[in-house]
Design a binder for this molecule. Structure first.
Ligand SMILES: Nc1ncnc2c1ncn2[C@@H]1O[C@H](COP(=O)(O)OP(=O)(O)O)[C@@H](O)[C@H]1O
Ligand SMILES: [Mg+2]
Length: 367
């Protein structure tokens, strides 16, 4: 059956280099859980510790209540899918999927039944007798997925399984993986550096940087109320502006003196300088003589549904703004405008970016 996973003060060192200093995390039974972070932050390292291919230098990893630190990889009953599909080229699809069951003393007719079932689940039944070389990358990855789940593992681990596929196939396959995981209901830890992919497939996401978890929550909550400025900038695109918090006056005062009515201060926010993180869709472009932060449109890109504007603030920084394209016109380069903000959507942070000062942040990292 599916397991829950508990990481308790886990440490990873490669010789004298500490890659994961102190990581605690809970993954729920049946959950689609994603480790998301930039290249080199320790995602693969952590996944290999769960699989048993990496030693653990401190703390414990448990499946349900059983500590698995010293359990051999083969005894952990884990299914795995990697970036390079690792299907056997000389074996048919069926033989590839059967392979995992061969050493498990399962009767022949039971093997056939289970393989047929799984091939249906991942929708490659019609290619059962083909060799992998005659399949597309996406189909080969379905074979790898089938081989991983046919053993009825307690846990499925996937390490950047889509990164060798082209953009269109990646979207198709991430939907397929999400759907298959849903049908099978198996606890899954998925690794990616692609924030959009993480948002599309996950029940919850852990954002990592330098071996440290920055934020654990649902995709929606991480996007809308990031725990710190790193998360705000890593998930989607954000522009950062300086302002002063006026808690009792319920205002954010920008450098030009524009005071934005603001009701989103967290309980522990204090008067003084803050960083304001504004996503491209959270600006409101107003006429030059209306209240706001003065700015000049420098260039624009028409993207169909949306138009992106690159706009220079009076202070010299450039921000990116997206606006739903209007039929009438695109704002010409050189136009002076006044920038306002969707105050319920923007986020504010400590000046060093380490902590959100916006109310409503949900973070399971220390729960
Ligand atoms: N076998 C190893 N020996 C020494 N250092 C390693 C080894 N594997 C990974 N590292 C280092 O550990 C850090 C995390 O790597 P990795 O887990 O592969 O990151 P990610 O999967 O997030 O890209 C990197 O700095 C990497 O260079
Ligand atoms: Mg990796």
């Amino acid at each position: 059956m599916s397991v829950s996973i508990n990481f308790d003060h886990v440490v990873k060192r490669y010789k004298e280099v500490t890659v994961i200093p102190d990581l605690s995390l809970q993954v729920k039974e049946g959950e689609f859980f994603t480790l998301l972070g930039p290249s080199g932050c320790g995602k693969t390292t952590l996944l290999r510790m769960v699989a048993g291919f990496n030693s653990i230098e401190g703390g414990t990893i448990s499946f349900d209540s059983q500590v698995i630190n010293d359990i051999a990889p083969a005894k952990r009953n884990i299914g795995m899918v990697f970036q390079n599909y690792a299907v056997f080229p000389h074996m048919s699809v069926r033989k590839n999927v059967e392979f995992g069951l061969k050493n498990r003393k399962i009767p022949k007719d039971e093997i056939k039944k289970r393989v047929d079932e799984i091939l249906e689940t991942v929708r490659i039944a019609e290619y059962a007798e083909r060799l992998p070389e005659r399949l597309s990358g996406g189909q080969q990855q379905r074979v790898a997925l089938a081989r991983a789940i046919v053993i009825k593992p307690n846990l499925l681990l996937m390490d950047e399984p889509l990164s060798n596929l082209d953009a269109k196939l990646r979207i198709e396959m991430r939907n397929a993986i999400k759907q298959i995981q849903n049908e099978v209901g198996i606890t899954t830890i998925y690794v990616t550096h692609d924030q959009e992919e993480a948002m599309a497939v996950s029940d919850r996401i852990a954002v990592m940087n330098l071996g440290v978890i920055q934020h654990v929550s649902t995709p929606k909550s991480i996007y809308q109320r990031p725990n710190n400025l790193f998360v705000a900038n890593f998930i989607g695109h954000s522009n950062t502006l300086k302002a002063k918090a006026d808690i009792s006056g319920r205002k954010l005062v920008f450098e030009n003196g524009y005071a934005l009515q603001y009701d989103g201060f967290a309980d522990d926010a204090a008067d003084g300088e803050v960083k304001v993180s504004v996503r491209p869709e959270e600006f409101i472009i107003r006429k030059e003589d209306e209240p706001g932060v003065p700015a000049t449109v420098k260039s624009s890109i028409f993207l169909g549904l949306m138009t992106t504007y690159f706009v220079e603030l009076f202070s010299g920084e450039t921000v990116e703004i997206t606006d739903v394209s209007s039929i009438s016109s695109i704002i010409p380069n050189g136009t002076k405008v006044s920038l306002d903000f969707e105050s319920e959507k923007i986020n504010i942070f400590m000046p060093d970016g380490t902590r959100s000062l916006t109310k409503g942040v949900q973070n399971d990292a220390y729960a």
